[in-house]
Write a protein that binds this ligand. Structure first.
Ligand SMILES: [Zn+2]
Length: 79
C-alpha cells in the first residue's frame, strides 16, 4: 500500500508517488524525491507548485521565508 500525503497546494490527499517531495536546503526548497533527501519534507503535486507558492503554502510548510529552486519551477507545467 502506498502511503498518502497531503498536497500543500490543493490540500488534497494523494499517493506519495504522485507527489513531489520538497525538502529545505538552507534557504532553498528543492526536489527531494529521488534520491530521497533527509530533512523536513512537504509534498505537492507538480502541477500545484505555482498554487503552493502563491498561497504562501511553501513558506508556511517550512516555517521560513524560503525560495523555491528555480529548477523546480521550471519543471512545473505552464498554465
Ligand atoms: Zn495538489
Amino acid at each position: 500500500m502506498t502511503p498518502e500525503r497531503t498536497c500543500i497546494g490543493c490540500r488534497r490527499r494523494d499517493d506519495q508517488s504522485a507527489l513531489v517531495r520538497l525538502v529545505r536546503r538552507e534557504d532553498l526548497v528543492v526536489d527531494g524525491t529521488t534520491p530521497r533527501l533527509p530533512g523536513r519534507g512537504a509534498y505537492v503535486h507538480r502541477g500545484c507548485l505555482g498554487l503552493a507558492v502563491s498561497r504562501q503554502a511553501v513558506r508556511r510548510a517550512f516555517r521560513a521565508p524560503v525560495t523555491l529552486d528555480p529548477r523546480l519551477e521550471a519543471s512545473a507545467p505552464a498554465r
